[in-house]
Design a protein around this ligand. Structure first.
Ligand code: ATP
Ligand code: MG
Length: 311
């Protein structure tokens, strides 16, 4: 197998039109790319370097921003993927937000409110570790959460999920028109691999902190979640905000695919260092001459002092 380009890796798991998407089409243990395992570390190293360079251009250009949304079941590797893929980027141009269960202040607002406040500014990369997509995932799997949202009953009909998809699509379209490039990742881990990782979290003391007993309870709803993910992706994978359904049973592959997708996104934006206008360039030349003259003066004074000391 020839080494795939970043564009090919990004395209492989991309869904830009969800209408015919079936989650069963993506195997969490997908064997594609298994031959890359030997060179995965090296590819990752190079990818991280490339990403650092591209991020600097994105930042300098200061017109586009990138919003990366991560959704997954517990232990699918969201945190580790974010940590590894972003390990080379300048923290000044990148913000990560983790969205936990909403506060009472959050619940007193429309569902896009709390995430809107954390959208990336121009030139920045914003990462959402969970997002407004929880509103059609966990909220759908657990209808009692919807009850706590203080919506007037007339607005809670059987169309509520369809309406949320519509609102999300419109919101993301709006972002795309505001130069916010949106990429959404579903890290797809199998139930079996999730169990293996939970066991590791229980057995290894260094991993205990990552484990929460409620995660095991939530696992009972795995199939309901998969249905909710499938329906969500079918309805919100669009040309302007595609989903990437990334196999997550093998961490090295997940990380390679996510890194390639982020690189491809910035390469497609193709940000440029801003041009220096001719009059500004002339000013640069004048200042350069001034600074050089100052250095020459300093050197001459030093020389003179040396001669004086000798005499
Ligand atoms: P980790 O377990 O890796 O630390 P996490 O993202 O799973 O990270 P938790 O504090 O375990 O963090 O869980 C956050 C919980 O908040 C998840 O169960 C998620 O479904 C829930 N949540 C997030 N957004 C919403 C929302 N809008 N409505 C209801 N629940 C939400
Ligand atoms: Mg959790």
């Amino acid at each position: 197998m020839p080494v795939p380009t970043t564009a090919e890796m990004a395209a492989r798991y991309r869904i830009s039109d969800g209408r015919r998407f079936r989650l069963s089409e993506v195997d969490p243990a997908d064997q594609w790319g298994r031959k890359l395992k030997k060179i995965a570390d090296e590819m990752m190293k190079q990818g991280i370097k490339r990403l650092a360079m591209l991020q600097e251009r994105l930042y300098a250009d200061n017109r586009w921003s990138l919003l990366l949304i991560f959704q997954a079941m517990d232990a699918a590797g969201k945190d580790g993927t974010i940590e590894h893929v972003m390990s080379g980027v300048n923290p000044q141009g990148c913000e990560v937000y983790s969205f936990k269960a909403p506060s009472s202040e959050d619940l007193d607002h429309d569902f896009l409110w709390r995430t809107s406040k954390h959208l990336p500014r121009r030139g920045h990369i914003g990462i959402f570790n969970r997002s407004y997509y929880e509103e059609t995932l966990v909220v759908r799997v657990h209808p009692n959460i919807l009850k706590r949202q203080q919506l007037p009953p007339a607005l809670v009909t059987k169309n509520i999920w369809k309406e949320r998809y519509e609102d999300i699509n419109a919101f993301e379209k709006y972002l795309s028109r505001q130069a916010v490039v949106v990429k959404k990742f579903f890290l797809h881990v199998s139930r079996k691999e999730q169990r293996r990782r939970f066991l590791k979290r229980i057995e290894e003391s260094g991993k205990n902190w990552k484990f929460s007993p409620t995660d095991v309870k939530e696992r009972d709803y795995y199939d309901d979640y998969m249905k909710a993910y499938e329906d969500t992706i079918r309805n919100t994978a669009t040309a302007w905000a595609p989903w990437h359904v990334v196999p997550a049973d093998r961490k090295w592959l997940t990380r390679l695919v996510v890194a390639a997708t982020v690189i491809d996104a910035i390469e497609t934006i193709d940000p440029r260092y801003p041009d220096v206008a001719p009059e500004v360039r002339a000013e640069f030349d004048r200042l350069k001459a001034e600074l050089e003259a100052e250095a020459a003066q300093e050197a001459a004074a030093k020389e003179k002092a040396k001669e004086k000391a000798k005499a």
